[in-house]
Write a protein that binds this ligand. Structure first.
Ligand SMILES: [Zn+2]
Length: 259
């Protein structure tokens, strides 16, 4: 854009920090310095990430010797978890790994709600860029294509955009991987935010997704926005592996305390 025009637009509509809403100097400064210093999991400018096993195939949950609550850092230094017997083709470790860029609290929550419900779809590019850095550190070499957990077509029409898709597009572009649509949400489910427990959410999304043939033989990075109980990502990962994907690793913008 022509510089004087950009300057005028910035004067009339001052750019604001994605997280706290304070006015920042230019549209290049999407996150103010104070937020960079205090964002949960980004304190001191060092991006730390959580890795967790949020999902196990239901049939394996009661397997003897398997600790369903175990978490495993991604740095490879962790003690290996006991590995239960899995159905042919199922790769437990790949399917359950999920990294979160931030914790879903304070300014992160306010910024995300603005992204999801106020039509500020451009925030997805900022959030996706933050995710890309974390994913590069944590999951580099573990996937060949990026996909996302989609909205139903009805909900996407109503909102005007699919918030997880914008995150996935940005991650794919920044990291140089193809973005591949692999899932169709074939029916509306109750908004997860209206369901508080994992026990309510798992049946809510069960069987809600169809897998496209393009998922076959891919090592996928599956993107979603917020991780709460993990029900949505678990269902999508299970469907993708059932549908022929070679492996799935997951990444979300933020993790809420929903377990
Ligand atoms: Zn800020």
């Amino acid at each position: 854009m022509i510089r004087p025009l950009r300057f005028l637009i910035d004067l009339l509509f001052p750019p604001k920090c994605c997280f706290c809403g304070k006015i920042v100097f230019t549209h290049r400064d999407d996150v103010c310095p104070a937020c960079w210093d205090t964002l949960p999991e980004l304190s001191g400018g060092e991006r730390r990430l959580d890795a967790m096993q949020k999902w196990q195939p239901p049939a394996q949950r009661a397997a003897p010797g398997f600790d369903a609550g175990a978490t495993q850092p991604l740095d490879g230094a962790a003690t290996p978890s006991p590995t239960p017997a899995l159905p042919d083709g199922m790769q437990l470790e790949a399917a359950v790994r999920c990294v979160s860029a931030l914790r879903y609290e304070g300014g992160v929550r306010r910024g995300f709600l603005r992204y999801k419900f106020s039509g500020d779809y451009w925030l997805g590019e900022v959030f996706g860029e933050i995710m890309a850095g974390v994913i590069f550190e944590a999951l580099d070499g573990e996937f060949d294509a990026v996909t996302w957990a989609p909205l139903s077509s009805r909900r996407r029409r109503k909102r005007g955009y699919d918030q997880a898709k914008i995150l996935a597009e940005t991650v794919a572009e920044r990291l140089g991987f193809p973005l591949v649509p692999t899932l169709i949400k074939k029916r509306d489910t109750a908004a997860n935010s209206s369901l508080t427990s994992a026990a309510d959410r798992a049946p809510n999304v069960s069987g809600a997704y169809d897998v496209l043939p393009d998922a076959a033989n891919l090592r996928l990075l599956l993107i979603d926005d917020i991780l709460t109980t993990g029900a949505t990502l678990s269902e999508c990962a299970r469907a993708l592996i059932d549908g022929g994907a070679e492996s799935v690793v997951c990444a979300v913008f933020a993790e809420a305390d929903g377990t």
